[in-house]
Design a protein around this ligand. Structure first.
Ligand code: AMP
Ligand code: MG
Length: 358
């Protein structure tokens, strides 16, 4: 398809200048268009959540399975309330505590509030108010609730920069708002309140950790640490059962003490080199020094222990490994605490479960 079909709006202003830069994108959204935009988690692919044909175009553009519901993005708590048939006390406190920010709250859907294609037939709707200034201005200007999954082709790593969106969706969508790199780099936490107990169940770990929920005084029934169980049972959050975030090569995640991890990866790299396979490693730097792996591509994501910085770079790094045509990839694991739980959840999925403990 022609490059000319997907417009690119570069935005860098604030206040009235930003609104001016976003006016055409907002108009497109309002009139049934598909517009990708930055949020603090990853880039989203937005459409008017009430407009079924617009929402259907999201599934087509992404190649997304139709039973995977979409998160609706709003610009205020009042707009979230308008989408729900009821907002309980705990849900309200979640919104007041963590919004705007990377927490998606699952609410009972108000009949007719959004297209049934958004909820994929569930009686709930997942809602989030992003903190990214560009996202919020765009949603407010469009004046409609915006259904927005990550703006990547289904199964690929989520986009954290506008050029990632272009790589996957150019010619398939109406436009891309380029607002620079996403901050968190991993998708939002999806949470649901257990009606019987009032406890918070994390359906997908993300930018708001279980520790942060607990620190804010919420009882946490599940931190979302059991992706395999969630994948096996009829999942409450249907999207978790699909292959996600995957690079083109075969990724293996290696857990254990740093020295043992390094020795294991070195041995595998030697075997790969002997077999003529191109290789890549996602590693951590130590005191500013990148590790000296004998691979075709070595990416030092961050200093060891800086999970937030590694999360911010992870998806871009997976795409760089694709660009380097790596057939075998290795990633050093992180401690699954705080944001580390979401990080490991995405890595494990990108690796289709290939996790080695040494
Ligand atoms: P994505 O937009 O690709 O980041 O994926 C959205 C995630 O939110 C998927 O894991 C969905 O299963 C989940 N989700 C969306 N709507 C609901 C809902 N009503 N109930 C539970 N999970 C949902
Ligand atoms: Mg996604």
């Amino acid at each position: 398809m022609s490059d000319l079909r997907t417009k690119l709006w570069k935005v860098d202003g604030e206040g009235p200048a930003l609104r001016e830069q976003l006016s055409e994108a907002a108009l497109r959204l309002r009139h049934g268009g598909l517009v990708a935009f930055p949020t603090e988690t990853v880039y989203g692919l937005g459409a008017d959540a009430r407009n079924t044909s617009a929402v259907e175009r999201i599934f087509t553009a992404k190649g997304r399975p139709s039973d995977n519901p979409l998160i609706v993005h709003v610009a205020s708590i009042a707009e979230a309330e308008a989408l729900a048939s009821h907002v309980g006390e705990t849900e309200r406190r979640l919104m007041e505590t963590f919004w705007p920010g990377p927490l998606t709250v699952v609410l009972p859907v108000r009949p007719g509030a959004v297209s049934p294609r958004v909820t994929a037939g569930l009686d709930t709707v997942a809602v989030r108010m992003p903190s990214h200034a560009v996202a919020r201005e765009l949603i407010a200007l469009a004046g409609v609730p915006v259904a927005a999954p990550s703006a990547n082709r289904s199964g690929r790593p989520s986009p954290t920069r506008a050029d990632h969106v272009r790589e996957d969706l150019n010619g398939r969508i109406d436009g891309i708002v380029d607002g620079g790199a996403a901050d968190v780099g991993l998708e939002s936490t999806v949470a649901m309140v257990d009606r019987a107990t009032g406890a918070v169940r994390v359906l997908r770990p993300g930018g708001v950790s279980a520790e942060a929920l607990a620190a804010a005084g919420f009882a946490v029934a599940s931190a979302g640490a059991e992706p395999d169980d969630a994948d096996r049972e009829a999942p409450r959050s249907p999207g978790v059962k699909y292959t996600h975030y995957a690079p083109k090569g075969e990724l293996c995640v290696v857990e254990g003490a740093a020295d043992a991890v390094r020795a294991y990866i070195e041995a595998r790299l030697d075997a790969d080199a002997a077999a003529g396979a191109r290789t890549a490693v996602l590693a951590f730097a130590e005191n500013g020094a990148a590790p000296a792996y004998r691979a075709d591509k070595v990416i030092a994501l961050a200093e060891r222990g800086d999970t937030a910085a590694a999360a911010q770079r992870l998806y871009a790094a997976l795409r760089e490994c694709d660009a380097a045509r790596a057939a075998r990839l290795y990633a050093e694991a992180v401690d699954p605490q705080g944001l580390g739980l979401a990080y490991m959840n995405r890595l494990r999925k990108a690796a289709a479960g290939r996790v080695v403990r040494v």
